[in-house]
Design a protein around this ligand. Structure first.
Ligand SMILES: [Fe+2]
Length: 169
């Protein structure tokens, strides 16, 4: 909301007439929402990929670590599905069309737990970075409900990231 008023003020002094001022401000507002939909779709693509990756690892892990890591990967897959659902609904609410394809970053097949943890850490790092970026854009748009929802997802990603770091020590 602040951004809208601020841009409006700038355009007022620049363009001079009320109608030009309003159309300029509205166009900027639309651009912010356009960017938000775009980056939310990027997050959705990563969540869809994470769901596939974690489900794949939960099924394929071999050896004694399967006992603990298979349930953990299944839990991560479930969490990614829940995150995807929140992000998808936010995109629809903003008037966008959610992506249906996962992010194309390759999911590396392995049966080795240590390799799985490396790929998981990479995924969680990427997710946390995308959500941090989204939070900055939402601040510009001024949607508090969406900000709170995304912040919760961001915190969950950072928590997973820290857990993976400890597991890899
Ligand atoms: Fe997630």
């Amino acid at each position: 909301m602040n951004k809208w008023l601020y841009v409006g003020h700038l355009s007022w002094s620049k363009l001079g007439t009320p109608s030009e001022n309003i159309s300029f401000a509205l166009r900027v507002e639309t651009m912010s929402e356009h960017n938000l939909i775009k980056i939310l779709n990027e997050a959705l693509g990563w969540e869809l990929r994470a769901t596939n990756m974690y489900a794949h690892y939960a099924a394929n892990i071999r050896g004694i670590h399967r006992l603990q890591l298979s349930p953990m990967f299944t839990e991560e897959a479930t969490e990614s599905t829940m995150h995807a659902d929140i992000v998808r609904k936010a995109i629809v609410k903003l008037g966008g069309i959610p992506v249906t394809e996962r992010n194309s970053h390759p999911i590396i097949h392995t049966t080795q737990y240590d390799e799985m943890l490396v790929h998981s850490l990479e995924t969680e790092t990427k997710a946390a970075a995308v959500y941090a970026e989204i939070m900055i854009i939402i601040e510009d748009v001024g949607d508090q409900d969406l900000y709170d929802a995304i912040e919760q997802i961001y915190v969950a990603e950072v928590r997973s990231l820290e857990e993976l770091r400890l597991l890899m020590e």
